[in-house]
Design a protein around this ligand. Structure first.
Ligand SMILES: [Zn+2]
Length: 581
C-alpha cells in the first residue's frame, strides 16, 4: 500500500512544490478556551541539577514520562536530573483532571520551581514537551523555560503513519532508537502511531518474514502504549497475501493512480470473501495482546475490484467488506475507533466520476454507527474536490493524510532534511476549518521538522508553520540561532527542486556554518542538526557543481546520511541516499 504512491512519484518526480490558558491573574482568556500568558516568569538561571518530583502514586506511564524528561535534559546538557536529594530547581509532574482532554498546564511551582500538569497522562507528556522546548541547554547547564499557561489540543486525532517497508528507517533502526523517536513525536503533540501489516509482502502469518515483521512492530506498538500513546492498524480489506489463490483475484480498477501489487482480491465472490474474512480475523488476533485504539480501512494502493458486484469500489464493495469487519474489530478491541480512508476515491482528473462519493454518502446517511472518522487525501497536493464542495458525508470528523516524505525529491530524504513549511501551511489551510486531525505519511526521520509542523497544526489549526520551525530550532539547536535557521529553512524550501537550486544555497550554507561553529557540542553532533547541516552542504555543492553528483564532499555527505537513516541495506531506490563510488 501506499508503496504504490511512492513508486508513482519515483516515475514522475515532479517538484511540488500551545497556545494557552492560565488561571494566573496575568493570563488573558480567549473565547475558545485557549489563551496566552501575559507575563512569563522572571528570567531563570542555568542550573547543574534538577530534582524531578513525581506524584506518590505515579502510574507506569507517568514514570515513563519522567524518564523522557530526564533523557532529554541529560542528552542536551551537563545538568543531572534526579528524583531524590536537593537541587536548585524542582520540576514537579502531576495529573489533575479538569482542564480538558489531553490539555496541559505549566505554572510556577513552590520555591521557584516549575509545576507541569496534565489533565491526563498524555496531557502531562505534552506539557513536558512544551517545557522542554522552551528551556535552554547551553549556558553551562539547564535553564528552565519561562512559558506559563494552559494549552488544549483542538484536533482529537493527531496520528502519524509510519511506513514499514523497503528496509526504511522504521524497519532498520535499532529498536531502542525507534522507541525514543516515537517518544520524541509524543512530545510534539502526537497521540497515535499507525502502521500497516503488509500482507502483499508475505505468504501468510506463518511466513518467517511475516513473523519477523510482527515480532518487531508488536514490540514497537506495545512500547508506544507504555509511553502513553495510542496505536492503530491501517489495513486494506481486499488485500490478500502474496500466495493468494489466483481465482480470487479482483478486476483491475480504472486509472493508473490507485495501485495494484497483484493480490487485490474480489470481495463479492463467496470463496474469496470467506478467505479474506479468515485473513482479517487472524491478523486482528495477532494484535490482541498489543491492543488497538484505532483501525483504519484503506481503499487503494493495494486494494480494489472493478467487477460488476464490487464497483464502484469506494461506494460499494469496499464499504460492504469494511462494515462487515467492524463488529469483529470491536469484539476484540471494544474501545477502538474506526477510520474509513477514501484515498484516491477520485481519479484525480475528475470530480467523483465513478460515483464513489455518492455511494459513501448514501451508505453513511443510512447508517454511520460503524464509523468514527473519514480520512481523505490524494497524491501530491491533491485534495478531493467533492469534500471541499459538499462537506464530509454523514458530517463525520475529517482526517487528512499529508504526504511529508516523498514530494519532489528522489531518493526520499537523499539530500538531508526536507522541510517545507510554506507548502504545508497552504495545504492545511484548505481544510483546517473542517479537520479533526490526521496522519502524515512518513518514510523516515529526514522529515522530522515536517512532522513537528503538522503536530502543531493539529494542536492549534491556526498556528503558523514558521513559529513551529523557530520553536523546533530553538529546542534542537539553540534559541540564539532560531531566526537564522528559520531563514535557512525558507531557503531550503525555495531550493527543494533538485534541478533548480539557486545561488542562495551558498547563503543557506553560510548561515548553517556560522551556527555550527557556535553551537553546543551536544546539539552540533545530534542527528537532527546533521541532516540540516548536510542538506545545506549538499545544496551548496550541487549549485557550485551545476548539479553533478561528484567529489569527496558529496560522497562523505551521502554516506553520513546513509548511516543516520540506517539505510545501508535499504532498497537501493528510493530510500537509500545517492552513492558516489
Ligand atoms: Zn469484485
Amino acid at each position: 500500500m501506499i508503496i504504490r504512491k511512492g513508486l508513482a512519484l519515483m516515475r514522475n518526480d515532479t517538484a511540488t512544490g500551545l497556545i494557552c490558558l492560565c488561571l494566573l491573574s496575568s493570563t488573558l482568556l480567549a473565547a475558545d478556551g485557549q489563551s496566552v500568558t501575559a507575563n512569563p516568569s522572571p528570567k531563570a538561571e542555568a542550573v547543574k541539577s534538577v530534582r524531578l518530583a513525581l506524584p506518590a502514586n505515579a502510574s507506569p506511564v507517568v514514570n515513563s514520562i519522567g524518564g523522557v524528561f530526564t533523557r532529554q535534559v541529560q542528552q542536551r546538557c551537563e545538568a543531572k536530573v534526579g528524583r531524590d536529594g536537593e537541587a536548585p530547581l524542582t520540576v514537579e509532574l502531576a495529573v489533575v483532571a479538569g482542564i480538558g482532554a489531553e490539555a496541559c498546564r505549566i505554572e510556577d511551582g513552590q520555591g521557584g520551581g516549575v509545576r507541569i500538569s496534565g489533565n491526563d497522562e498524555r496531557g502531562l507528556l505534552y506539557g513536558v514537551g512544551k517545557f522542554l522546548r522552551t528551556s535552554r541547554y547551553d549556558k553551562g547547564g539547564f535553564t528552565p523555560g519561562a512559558w506559563r499557561g494552559t494549552s488544549k489540543p483542538k484536533c482529537p486525532v493527531r496520528a502519524v503513519y509510519l511506513a514499514t517497508h523497503f528496509m526504511n528507517y522504521y524497519e532498520a533502526a535499532p529498536i531502542e532508537e525507534l522507541h525514543q523517536y516515537i517518544e520524541d513525536l509524543g512530545l510534539w503533540g502526537y497521540n497515535t502511531i499507525l502502521i500497516h501489516f503488509p500482507t502483499w509482502q508475505f505468504n501468510g502469518l506463518a511466513d518467517p518474514a511475516a513473523r519477523k515483521w510482527l515480532d518487531r512492530f508488536k514490540v514497537v506498538l506495545s512500547q508506544a502504549h507504555k509511553r502513553g500513546l495510542q496505536v492503530g492498524l491501517l489495513q486494506v480489506p481486499g488485500e490478500g497475501y502474496k500466495n493468494a489463490p489466483r481465482e480470487y483475484l479482483g478486476m483491475k480498477v480504472p486509472g493508473n493512480f490507485r495501485g495494484n501489487f497483484g493480490v487485490n482480491l474480489c470481495v463479492s465472490k463467496p470463496e474469496s470473501h470467506a478467505h479474506l474474512r479468515e485473513i482479517h480475523d487472524a491478523i486482528l488476533d495477532e494484535f490482541k495482546d498489543v491492543g488497538l485504539d484505532y483501525f483504519c480501512f484503506w481503499p487503494y494502493d493495494e486494494g480494489g475490484c472493478a467487477c460488476k458486484d464490487c464497483w464502484p469500489w469506494g461506494g460499494r464493495g469496499y464499504l460492504s467488506i469494511s462494515r462487515e469487519m467492524v463488529p469483529r474489530i470491536r469484539s476484540r478491541f471494544p474501545a477502538s475507533k474506526i477510520i474509513l480512508s477514501t484515498w484516491c476515491f477520485e481519479n484525480e482528473d475528475d470530480n467523483n466520476p465513478d460515483g464513489e462519493w455518492d455511494g459513501l454518502t448514501t451508505a453513511v446517511n443510512e447508517d454511520k454507527s460503524w464509523l468514527d472518522y473519514i480520512m481523505a487525501d490524494g497524491h501530491d497536493d491533491y485534495f478531493p474536490k467533492f469534500l471541499l464542495d459538499h462537506g464530509v458525508p454523514g458530517r463525520l470528523g475529517l482526517l487528512n493524510f499529508p504526504e511529508i516524505s516523498m514530494f519532489g525529491m528522489n531518493p526520499w530524504g537523499g539530500y538531508g532534511a526536507n522541510p517545507a513549511p510554506a507548502h504545508f501551511e497552504k495545504l492545511w489551510g484548505r481544510i483546517k476549518h473542517m479537520g479533526a486531525g490526521g496522519a502524515p505519511y512518513s518514510e523516515g526521520v529526514y522529515e522530522d521538522l515536517n512532522k513537528a509542523i503538522y503536530a502543531q497544526f493539529y494542536w492549534d489549526p491556526e498556528r503558523k508553520a514558521e513559529e513551529t520551525v523557530k520553536e523546533y530550532a530553538a529546542f534542537e539547536f539553540s534559541p540564539d540561532w532560531a531566526a537564522d535557521i528559520g531563514e535557512v529553512v525558507r531557503l531550503f524550501e525555495r531550493n527543494h527542486n533538485r534541478s533548480a537550486i539557486g545561488s542562495d544555497a551558498v547563503k543557506a550554507f553560510d548561515l548553517v556554518a556560522r551556527a555550527d561553529a557556535a553551537m553546543m557540542p551536544s546539539a552540533r553532533s545530534a542527528w537532527r542538526w546533521r541532516i540540516l547541516y548536510l542538506r545545506a552542504l549538499i545544496d551548496k555543492e550541487f549549485f557550485e557543481r551545476k548539479g553533478k553528483r561528484e567529489g569527496e564532499t558529496l560522497k562523505a555527505a551521502f554516506e553520513e546520511l546513509t548511516r543516520i537513516y540506517h539505510a545501508e541495506n535499504a532498497h537501493s531506490m528510493p530510500i537509500k541516499p545517492p552513492q558516489i563510488r
